[in-house]
Write a protein that binds this ligand. Structure first.
Ligand SMILES: Nc1ncnc2c1ncn2[C@@H]1O[C@H](COP(=O)(O)OP(=O)(O)OP(=O)(O)O)[C@@H](O)[C@H]1O
Length: 598
């Protein structure tokens, strides 16, 4: 438990830790009043059973004199009222504490989810290209909730209960140490005994819930992502059988964890009955029959408070154990987020980077995986400002990797990228990336209007419609948009399914042009367009020649004919370069790619 508290505390901000300390103070207050309420029932019951107690008991006699009441009935009324008041304050504080616990727990859980989302969105491209997005979605949406509801919140509640048990225990010890020791030993050993046997199955069930949830997220993202193929090939069964199986196993483990959490309650009801009978006999033996009621009232009320606390402490332990794998799944990433955020606030600054003449890739070596052959090997490339260049080569030759390096999304393991002879590093990256407009192979659209998709990631009220219209015109979207009922305000469906591939690609091109970038990078950007539209768009793009630096990856060589320089890549190296005609004349592989006779 202490280990878990330490691990949870390590994930919290200073403000959150202060909130938790504030809560602990509230918990102590709550426990003190609850115990005062319980203990105050003793004098009330003693006087109610026998008014003589006011004279025979020194403390009651003092109180009676101070109260200045004239009748024992009035004094009894005062004792009852005081007892009720303590219980009322205790219950009110209990409600406030529970409300604060829930609020703080939920807010911390929400912070965990936001922090993880921010952390994953800021991770480099290499991380995303090698990590399953369903794993990240599961961490944010499922693991964060499990950590909040099944670990954080129970841990905070357990602390409250432990305070109550401790203060109640000390008070009972003062009244009768034998009863206190017997209570703790009997109940703690019943719970401890059961927990000893269930802790291992709880951990393994928790782990399997975590793994099965991952599998379900994967199935959902694959099923919806390939829905066309699923429908066409009638592979629904494969997806829903696997999903159903995982869901059933999750339900089984979850219900087992829940039942393990409540099992001792039934066992304890039996033990508690036996304990009361033994207690009555013990009290009669020690205090005599007439004195039993007052002590028994205190014990009964204390039991009413203690039993649910014991039960909760046990249940929380089993819940925490059952969800521990979720904490393990997000702990490392949350710690990294906290570390990076504090480092960033100290270090982050960016510098301006001028691009007036050229940028160079010099002796670049890049490997996605150290174990396998590098994707780029000692690659050299120089691109002059306002030139248009093309990267061509067989599939897997390294074209997209070169583009990702130019975009600053990948960092070479060896070699340098120089912008006007200045090394491109973290400080200059932001400025460099602002100069670039990029059209990827696959255009992903958000469920917003066409205008919002073109401006991408800019709040609606900050979008420049002038820039949107200009970009849409350059991407030859204007004719299509003019036929839509709401023009650029028309919403596109989920991931753009209401649009054709060509229309999506044109929105992607307009997106790249929105900021009027100095450098335009097109990675197979016109592959989904029909021949006529492709020519129209490529002509429009080549119209920028002399005003923008254009980098194109294309399989159809007709689209790169007018580029100033073409680089032919093979196995991560530039094997030939020159104008289209130079390469046709000099390189057989290029000639073959262009469909010419050798
Ligand atoms: N995320 C990745 N993880 C591991 N290896 C990768 C990754 N992306 C690409 N590769 C490998 O790097 C090499 C170059 O890939 P790259 O995508 O740059 O080629 P390409 O010429 O753009 O191919 P295509 O024309 O098919 O898009 C290939 O061998 C590929 O398998």
């Amino acid at each position: 438990m202490i280990k878990i508290i330490k691990r949870l505390l390590a994930l919290l901000t200073v403000r959150q830790r202060r909130q938790i300390i504030g809560l602990q103070v509230l918990m102590v207050l709550m426990a003190v009043f609850e115990v005062a309420g319980v203990l105050s029932i003793g004098p009330f019951m003693a006087v109610a059973m026998d008014f003589e107690k006011i004279n025979s008991n020194h403390y009651l006699n003092e109180l009676y004199i101070i109260s200045k009441l004239e009748t024992p009935e009035g004094f009894l009324f005062l004792l009852g009222g005081a007892s009720l008041l303590f219980l009322l304050i205790g219950s009110t504080l209990s409600t406030i504490t529970s409300w604060r616990l829930m609020r703080v727990g939920e807010v911390i859980g929400a912070d965990f989810a936001s922090n993880l989302f921010t952390y994953y969105l800021s991770k480099p491209w290499l991380y995303h290209s090698q990590t399953s997005s369903s794993k990240l979605v599961k961490a944010i949406s499922t693991d964060c909730i499990r950590v909040t509801q099944n670990i954080l919140y129970p841990t905070l509640q357990v602390n409250a209960k432990i305070f109550l048990v401790l203060i109640m225990g000390v008070s009972i010890y003062v009244i009768d140490p034998v009863i206190m020791v017997a209570t703790i030993v009997i109940f703690a050993s019943v719970y401890g005994f059961i927990f000893f046997f269930v802790k291992k199955p709880l951990s393994s069930m928790g782990k399997s819930i975590s793994e099965l949830s991952s599998a379900r997220f994967k199935l959902m993202s694959e099923g919806f992502g390939c829905v066309k193929e699923v429908l066409l090939l009638h592979r629904q069964k494969y997806f829903f059988s696997a999903f159903e199986e995982a869901s059933k196993d999750i339900a089984k483990s979850q219900s087992n964890i829940s039942i393990i959490g409540v099992i001792p309650r039934y066992a304890l009801e039996f033990v508690a009955f036996g304990f009361i009978i033994v207690l009555v006999m013990y009290l009669i033996g020690v205090e005599g029959q007439s004195n039993v009621i007052a002590t028994l009232s205190i014990m009964a009320l204390a039991g009413m408070k203690l039993l649910p606390s014991f039960q909760y402490i046990y249940m929380a332990q089993s819940q925490i154990r059952g969800s521990f794998s979720s904490l393990e799944a997000i702990e490392k990433d949350l710690l990294m987020f906290n570390k990076e955020t504090s480092n960033r606030s100290k270090l982050e600054f960016s510098v301006d980077l001028d691009f007036k003449r050229k940028f160079e890739l010099e002796g670049i070596l890049f490997s996605y995986d150290k174990e396998i052959k590098p994707a780029l090997n000692k690659l050299n490339l120089t691109i002059y400002k306002n030139q248009s260049i093309a990267l061509v080569g067989a599939s897997g030759s390294g074209k997209s990797t070169v583009v990702d390096l130019i975009l600053g999304l990948l960092t070479p393991q060896q070699g340098r990228i120089l912008v006007d002879s200045v090394k491109l590093d973290d400080k200059g990256l932001l400025c460099w990336q602002k100069k670039i407009g990029y059209v990827p192979q696959t255009i992903n659209l958000t469920e917003n209007s066409i205008a919002e998709n073109i401006a991408f990631g800019i709040p609606k009220q900050e979008i420049s419609f002038q820039q949107v219209e200009k970009a849409a015109k350059l991407a030859h979207l204007d004719e299509f948009v003019s036929k839509l009922p709401e023009g650029l305000e028309t919403s596109v469906g989920e991931r753009g399914v209401q649009l054709s591939g060509g229309q999506r690609q044109r929105i992607g091109i307009a997106r790249a042009l929105y900021n009027d970038p100095e450098i335009l990078v097109l990675d197979e950007a016109t592959s989904a367009l029909d021949g006529v539209t492709e020519t129209l768009i490529m002509n429009a793009i080549h119209e920028f020649a002399g005003n923008k630096t254009i980098i194109v990856i294309a399989h159809r060589l007709s689209t790169v004919e007018s580029c100033d320089q073409i680089y032919l890549l093979d196995s991560g190296e530039v094997v030939s370069q020159g104008s289209y005609q130079d390469l046709i004349n000099e390189n057989d592989a290029f000639k073959r790619m262009a469909g010419k006779q050798i």
